[in-house]
Each structure stands twice: as C-alpha cells, then as structure tokens.
Design a protein around this ligand. Structure first.
Ligand code: TXA
Ligand code: MG
Length: 324
C-alpha cells in the first residue's frame, strides 16, 4: 500500500487516532520536527518504529504526552522536573527521568530512564487527546539522516516504509527538543541543546546546568543517540566561510541572503540572520543542497557567542559535518 498524506480534518484525525490505538505507525508534526509515532505502551508497535527508521535498538525513543499529569504515570518525577515541566510544557523540552514499569523496555533501549515531553503543536496535542495513549516518537527520518520539518521530507525518507503521514505544514522551530537529564536533580545535564537554552533552565532551577559535550557523549552509554555523526546529508558537509562565488560543484550555504548574486549553488538560511529563521530553514536547506548532486556543501558557521538557538544550530551543524 502506498503512503497517504492526510490533511488535518477532524475525520482524518479520528482515523489516525484509531490507527495509533491499533498499533500502527503515524508520522506527526510537532513544533520541533516531524515524529514517527506509535503507542508507547505497545512494545510491538514500538519495535516497528525501529524497523521503519533502520534505527539501532540501543537508541531510545522519546515519549510524547499531553501534560505533566500524564507524564507522571510513566516517569518518576522529582520537584525540579516538575518545575521545568510547569514552566516549559507544552514545548520543546524533553526530560530524562527514572521510568515506571508501564513503559516497555524497548522504548528506553533497556535503560531504567525514560525521555518524555509534552509537544506544543496543536495537531500533535489533538491526536494525543483523541488517541488517549502516550506516543513514542523519534524524528521521522531514516536513521542518521537529516530530520524532517515538512510532510514531504517524511515521504521522501519513509514513503515506502510507512502508511500514514499527518500534514501539519512546516515545523515552527525546526530543530529537535532540548533533552535534559534530571535523574540526579542536583546535577541537571543537557544531553542535547535545543530551543530551550541552558540559561532558561538555570533560571528556573537555580543551579548550574551542565552540558554533555559531543566528545564526552561519544563514550557515554547513557546517550546512545548523541553519537558524533548524525543529522547528516549524504554530500560531505564542511563548516567554513563560503567564498562569494564558489565553483559550480560546491554548494555554499550562507547564514543570511547574500547581496546581489544568486546561482543554483548559492543557498541561505535566513534573510537577515535571525536565529529563529535559521533554525526553521536549516534542515530544509540542507536537504535541498543534498539533493542537487554537489561534491561538497560548505556552511557558514555561526558566531560562537550568538546565544539562544545558536547552541542547538551549531550542535546539529557539527554533527552533520562529523566524519563517520
Ligand atoms: O524534538 C524532538 O525531540 C523530536 C520530536 C519528534 O519530538 N524527537 C526527536 O527524537 O528528536 P530523536 O530522533 O532525537 O530520538 C530521541 C533521542 C535519542 O536519540 C536519544 O539520544 C534520546 O532521545 N533519548 C531517548 N531516551 C533517552 C534516555 N532514556 N536517556 C538518554 N537519552 C535518551
Ligand atoms: Mg532523530
């Protein structure tokens, strides 16, 4: 059966909620990236997620819920985790906490902890409400490739492997959620930077928030999905200031629209350099450059002190540029 892309009408949402309850996979929009969702309480359905993505079994899934009350049925919350959930949910923040027995081991790759978040996207929330089950959902891309931020991206990667895609347009944030490990509430650690920054977390928690660096992550069994190479185009990607008129075989990706010249190998991530726009366009532009047969993609690096979304954007760019 061919994949079907559903517009978000009430009958379609009801139908997709039923499919989820029956253990089928549905790609859904969230405010960060599209997720490949299945009933998080159904081990068989979750196994199908790993199969469809070609994802190794040691890379755990994020569980999506409506709110804190639903999350507390699946994870052992502490006071700090509650504070963060109250402040930032629904939104792009994933909390890693000790799991409760109701969460199947396949979701957490056998880890005693579970990653959990309440997405803000209205369609994700409507589906969660209609289905009445928690949804395990990693990004809806083939393992290792660039995450999808449109329904077309999902179809391009998984179109032959899944049946249902809910079309919610372009994801507003464009990079994956911030993941915070709160298993030791005295020592919160960011496992993956996202739209919620270390500064924002620190302000709510009142203690310094650590950061798992890419180098440390490579050796850390707690963060199997934090491997160096990830989010990668097939075309070799390098982070360097592109020249104004690159050779035809080279794709040049600028942070802002260059003045004057345009050419098929000139790309830009924003009109004037606004970070929210850069994040929103990042994966779409990288996919476009990757699909055009270039020998190399050169991406202009962000200034290190740019703040806000810069940590997340730089993290993804460094991973996209990492050698195997
Ligand atoms: O914004 C997002 O987080 C998107 C949308 C769909 O919600 N999801 C997403 O999932 O990006 P993805 O493909 O990155 O997979 C979840 C990642 C894993 O690679 C792993 O690194 C981390 O979450 N993770 C999941 N469970 C974990 C756990 N128990 N401990 C540490 N890390 C965990
Ligand atoms: Mg992913």
């Amino acid at each position: 059966m061919p994949v079907r892309v559903y517009s978000p009408t009430p009958p379609n949402l009801r139908r997709l909620a039923v499919a989820l309850r029956h253990g089928e996979l549905v790609a859904i929009p969230t405010e960060t990236v599209y997720g490949l969702a299945a009933n998080a309480l159904d081990a068989r359905a979750c196994r199908a997620i790993f199969r469809a993505k070609g994802r190794p079994a040691n890379d755990p899934l994020i569980v999506h819920v409506l709110d804190l009350a639903h999350a507390e049925k699946l994870a052992e919350f502490n006071a700090e985790a509650r504070k963060l959930a109250r402040q930032f949910w629904p939104g792009p923040l994933t909390l890693v906490l000790p799991k409760k027995p109701s969460v199947p081991g396949i979701v957490t790759s056998g880890s005693p902890t579970v990653a959990i978040r309440a997405p803000a996207h209205p369609l994700a929330r409507r589906l969660l409400r209609l289905a009445g089950i928690p949804l395990a959902a990693p990004s809806a891309n083939l393992f290792g490739y660039i995450s999808p931020t449109t329904a077309d991206h999902v179809v391009a990667g998984l179109g032959r492997r899944i049946l249902h895609v809910l079309d919610g347009g372009t994801c507003q944030i464009g990079v994956e959620s911030t993941i915070v490990d709160l298993t030791d509430p005295a020592k919160p650690r960011i496992l993956r930077p996202g739209a919620i920054t270390a500064g924002q977390l620190q302000k709510v928690l009142g203690v310094p928030v650590g950061r798992l660096t890419r180098r440390k992550a490579a050796a850390d069994p707690l963060a199997p999905g934090m491997m160096a190479r990830h989010y990668s185009p097939r075309t070799p990607l390098v982070l360097r200031e592109p020249v104004a008129k690159p050779a035809r075989k080279i794709a040049a990706v600028f942070l802002r629209k260059p003045a004057g010249q345009t050419a098929p190998n000139i790309f830009w991530l924003s009109r004037r350099g606004a970070l929210a726009e850069v994040a929103r366009n990042l994966y779409g532009v990288l996919r476009q450059a990757d699909a055009s047969g270039f020998a190399q993609i050169q991406v202009e690096p962000l200034p290190a002190d740019a703040g806000g979304l810069a940590a997340a954007i730089n993290d993804r760019l460094h991973r996209a540029a990492a050698k195997v």
